[in-house]
Design a protein around this ligand. Structure first.
Ligand SMILES: Nc1nc2c(ncn2[C@@H]2O[C@H](COP(=O)(O)OP(=O)(O)OP(=O)(O)O)[C@@H](O)[C@H]2O)c(=O)[nH]1
Ligand SMILES: [Mg+2]
Ligand SMILES: [Zn+2]
Length: 360
């Protein structure tokens, strides 16, 4: 039987340990969120797992969804050993988190995975392959505080994986690129080595690229269910529906996530600068410091496109992502403003009511 991981193997380290007092240690149990469902969680302390719900106070004091626990979070919980149940009372400060903006009426931050040290951006070498999507993922990965690695999976379906790796060169900048076949086993030992020292690693990518199949290959057993992709466009069928965390036998922690249909940027200004470092470098030579690399004279970025040094699609992708980031940011600011106005109005209403009662 495999030995159970200790709390240190789950990723507990001085960064989290420093956040709790001696008092906390007596009252609560530190645990990691290893599964996230709708308002329900599973926690692990290393030697044991617990089904958990949220203390009412957390729900009431949360300013937004991002304040609630997410997969990968470290929490303080009250555990009831008899029933195997626990209640989450506090979420410890995160070292990093990978977020996106939720689609919907209001723009809000949604945490895809918390406390991740490495993100594997998985894509497959078939019709799913899309450089523009990888650029988007990379911008969010840099923003998250985790180190990205690109994984080109399904190498068995393609005659010349190196040609694809070459395609990737400009989009990935200096990010490591690994070629794997989860089905045939190519590249898996190299991945095990990377993950052993990678801390907590989240697998991200579209549905059907083989994230869960990679996890099964790394775990050496079929714990995650997988589903074939659609034949006509290689798209996945959203096989994984909840986020889950695993400890690898050789060391390291993995988070499987459901393939995302939409990955809107969340406050990714710095991440974009990082993901498009080549354009930043060129822009240093533009005549105007606030050059938008469109119609300005003396634009070094446009000159690079004209000379063939920079791919026009890549520049277009950068400009599109920048516009999206600014738009979502302004919409978020608008949401915050409206919420403040609403609260102020409610406060004023309560005050008027109080005065009325007093004056009676
Ligand atoms: N040929 C080939 N097929 C693979 C490889 N890896 C995964 N697949 C297949 O691709 C399909 C989708 O794999 P999944 O692991 O379910 O994909 P996923 O990324 O987890 O998808 P979601 O959970 O929907 O986000 C399955 O039929 C796998 O058998 C590979 O390296 N080569
Ligand atoms: Mg899956
Ligand atoms: Zn310019």
């Amino acid at each position: 039987m495999p030995s159970l991981p200790s709390i240190a193997n789950l990723g507990w380290d001085p960064f989290f340990d420093r956040q709790i007092s001696d008092d906390d240690r007596v009252r609560w149990t530190p645990a990691r969120v290893v599964w996230e469902g709708r308002d329900l969680y599973r926690l692990s302390t290393g030697e044991r797992e617990w089904r958990a719900d949220l203390a009412g106070r957390i729900r009431h004091t949360a300013g937004s969804r991002a304040d609630l626990p997410a997969i990968g979070d470290w929490v303080l919980a009250a555990v009831r050993p008899e029933g195997g149940c626990a209640t989450i009372h506090r979420v410890l400060a995160r070292r990093s988190c990978f977020s996106r903006a939720t689609a919907g009426r209001s723009t809000e931050e949604q945490i895809i995975a918390a406390n991740v040290d490495t993100v594997l951006l998985v894509t497959s070498l078939n019709q799913d392959f899309n450089l523009r999507r990888i650029e988007r993922y990379l911008a969010l990965a840099w923003e998250s505080g985790a180190a990205p690695i690109v994984v080109l999976n399904k190498a068995d379906l393609c005659a010349d994986p190196d040609a694809w790796r070459y395609e990737m060169a400009s989009a990935s900048q200096n990010v490591p690129v690994l070629v794997t076949s989860a089905l045939r086993g190519d590249g898996i030992p190299a991945l095990v080595e990377v993950l052993r020292n990678g801390g907590t690693t989240a697998l991200l990518g579209s549905s059907g690229v083989g994230k869960s199949t990679l996890i099964n290959a790394l775990l050496g057993e079929c714990l995650q269910s997988v589903m074939p992709v659609r034949a006509h466009d290689d798209r996945g069928r959203h096989s994984t529906t909840s986020r889950q965390l695993f400890c690898l036998p050789a060391g390291g922690v993995l988070i499987d996530t459901p393939g995302m249909r939409e990955l809107q940027l969340w406050d990714a200004e710095d991440g974009l600068q990082h993901a498009f470092a080549d354009i930043q470098q060129l822009a240093a030579n533009c005549r105007f410091r606030d050059c938008l690399h469109g119609v300005e004279p003396g634009c070094a970025v446009i000159a690079a496109v004209e000379s063939g040094a920079l791919d026009a699609d890549r520049l277009e992708s950068y400009r599109r992502l920048q516009r999206e980031d600014r738009f979502l940011q302004s919409r978020h600011d608008e949401t915050v403003r409206l919420e403040r106005t609403r609260q102020a109005r409610q406060g004023a209403k309560a005050m008027r009511l109080q005065n009325k009662l007093r004056n009676r």
